[in-house]
Design a protein around this ligand. Structure first.
Ligand code: LMR
Length: 282
């Protein structure tokens, strides 16, 4: 992978990010994670055509144990870690568990990509500018069980559901967002790349610089007290972010239909957790 890494380094440099000072290419975890304040864990075996994320659970789990330990041992104590590699939510659980001295809240699984996909679907359907679409929510797992929810979404302040219609919402929007990753793999023969990279940057930017002007979906630690989601999962919630702390949007009224979809995706995460239980022993 070192050869490919040198190409990644070239591209990173060529982005000319204003804060970029130096690039260190290494396969040594103690060097790579030293004093890191923002970690993006993108390295996972990618899903190929016909594969579901669950197939990758065991294999990828082994990558995230040493990375979690390395974060624990070498990273800055305030590090924020985003897990992008699939199955992201469960990989996040593994990494966070093995970073035993770091707060669970400082780890997140990326569902910003699903959030942005949902926003785009609504913007395109209504012919509206992207920033006019607000209060979109993605609940649960970054997998086809996720629940992209437009209950509170607005377009230029008007209820999105009134504009797009219930039929399009349930028959087109929900399944399209749920399966967008597979749709891209089908078209490209490869997993999403540019949109995933963009979502990772957007996620980190929101986390570090704040996100109070709108809700954003965030695969965060569930403490068991929010919206009936079982404790000890990385589950996507609607959040706002201030001073590098994310808070779940409170007080949303959940209908039985929403509850059913939210539970369905939580159950999948419980199953994934059960499948890698032995890897959670620290
Ligand atoms: C995506 O949502 O585009 C990816 O997570 C798909 C995948 O499994 O690689």
């Amino acid at each position: 992978a070192q050869q490919a890494l040198s190409g990644v380094a070239m591209e990173l440099g060529d982005c000319a990010f204003p804060l970029l000072r130096e690039i260190v290419c290494t396969d040594n975890l103690s060097v790579g994670f030293k004093d890191v304040q923002a970690a993006l864990l993108v390295g996972a075996k990618p899903r190929s055509k016909g594969m579901e994320r669950g197939d990758l659970l065991q294999e990828n789990a082994k990558i995230f144990i040493p990375q979690g330990r390395a974060l624990n041992d070498y990273a800055h104590r305030d590090v924020r870690t985003l897990i992008v590699g699939n199955p992201a939510n469960t990989n996040c659980l593994i990494a966070a568990t093995h970073a035993k001295d770091l707060p669970k809240e400082n780890f997140a699984a990326m569902t910003r990509l699903d959030h942005d996909r949902a926003v785009w679907q609504v913007a395109e359907k209504t012919g509206s500018p992207v920033p006019s679409v607000q209060k979109v929510v993605v609940w649960g797992n970054h997998s086809p069980t996720m629940f992209p929810d437009l209950t509170w979404a607005t377009v230029n302040g008007r209820p999105a559901l009134d504009l797009v219609g219930q039929d399009w919402y349930t028959k087109t929007f929900i399944p399209r967002v749920q399966k967008r990753g597979a749709e891209i793999i089908e078209a490209r023969g490869l997993s999403s790349a540019a949109s995933a990279g963009n979502a990772a940057l957007a996620h980190m930017r929101s986390w570090l610089l704040g996100h109070t002007h709108d809700w954003v979906s965030f695969g965060g630690w569930s403490n068991g007290n929010q919206y009936g989601v079982p404790e000890g999962l990385y589950y996507s919630f609607p959040v706002t972010i201030q001073n590098k702390q994310w808070s779940i949007v409170n007080g949303l009224n959940i209908t039985p239909e929403q509850r059913q979809r939210m539970t369905h995706t939580a159950n999948e995460l419980l199953e994934e957790r059960k499948a890698i239980e032995s890897l959670l022993k620290v």
